[in-house]
Structures are given as structure tokens and as C-alpha cells.
Write a protein that binds this ligand. Structure first.
Ligand code: AMP
Length: 150
């Protein structure tokens, strides 16, 4: 089987991003692939149903700036150069797929963990990315039910 050449790591920038990144880094090192990273900023209107009776643009700008510096910090720490960092605004599952396609990635790496409540019914980002993905998808188990090494 051909080795992966371009890997798209999707991070939500929570603490769970590190184990997902570690897996992507190991794969990239083993296959000689170029590692890209994508973070998607969700519009507040998406998160809150689009029906908030106030102007959210200032808050949205602040979120954008925070995400930009957080992504820079994260990518610096794992050695991903600026040209391979992608900060996108939109719906994570769609934009992760689009970023993979635009950058000709042959593997997307996402985290996958147990969901609670309503989010469980709506499905996970990993599921959304998998459906209609333009390439292979690796879902790295993260969170409380990560199998322990014995
Ligand atoms: P979730 O289904 O939201 O728990 O997210 C699972 C995984 O999807 C995360 O570990 C990331 O790999 C990816 N993901 C979720 N949200 C985002 C986001 N806003 N930007 C990029 N990747 C994301």
C-alpha cells in the first residue's frame, strides 16, 4: 500500500487535541507525509441556533483572535509550519473535508470520544467528517474511555 503523503490533522484546540496530534505526528514521521493542521471556528449563530437578540460580531471577532493565537501556539509546539496551518470559519465537519480536499490530503486525522445528551443524538464531528470524506479518515479514541495499556 502506498504511504500517506499529506495528512490533515483536525483539532478543536481542547486538551484532547494533543493525543490526536501525537498519533498524526507518529504517522507523518513513519510515512514521510507532510502534516497539515486545521481548526474551524464555528459561527456563534450555529452554536446558539441563529436566534440571539444581540449583535455578536464583537464576540465573534474576539473568538477569532483567540483561535488564531491558540492555533499558532499549538502548531508551533508540534512543529507545523505556518503554510500548513488552516484557520477556517464554518461548520467543522464540512470545512475539515474541504480543507483536506483543497490541500490534497490523503488522510484526515480526527479525535473521537463518547458524547453526552443532545450532542450524542446529533452525532460527532468524527462521524460527520467520515460521511463523504474525500480520503481516508483515522478516528483517534480520546477521552475517558480510551483503552488503557496493560
Ligand atoms: P467532537 O465530535 O466535537 O467531540 O470532536 C471530535 C474531533 O473532531 C476533535 O478531536 C477534532 O479532531 C475534530 N473537531 C471538532 N471540532 C473541531 C473544530 N472546530 N475544528 C477542527 N476540528 C474539530
Amino acid at each position: 500500500m502506498n504511504a500517506y503523503r499529506r495528512i490533515m490533522l483536525a483539532v478543536d484546540l481542547t486538551e484532547e487535541s494533543q493525543p490526536v496530534a501525537d498519533r498524526a505526528l507518529a504517522l507523518a514521521a513513519a510515512s514521510g507525509a507532510a502534516l497539515h493542521v486545521v481548526h474551524v471556528i464555528e459561527p456563534l449563530s450555529l452554536a446558539y441556533g441563529g436566534d440571539v437578540p444581540m449583535d455578536l460580531s464583537a464576540v465573534q471577532n474576539q473568538i477569532h483572535e483567540q483561535a488564531r493565537s491558540h492555533l499558532a501556539e499549538f502548531a508551533d509546539a508540534i512543529g507545523i509550519p505556518e503554510a500548513r496551518r488552516h484557520l477556517i470559519f464554518g461548520r467543522p465537519e464540512n470545512e475539515i473535508q474541504r480543507a483536506a480536499e483543497a490541500n490534497k490530503a490523503d488522510l484526515i486525522v480526527v479525535g473521537s470520544h463518547g458524547r453526552h445528551g443532545l450532542a450524542l443524538l446529533l452525532g460527532s464531528t468524527a462521524n460527520g467528517v467520515l460521511h463523504g470524506a474525500p480520503c481516508d479518515v483515522l478516528a483517534v479514541r480520546v477521552g475517558q474511555d480510551t483503552p488503557k495499556a496493560h
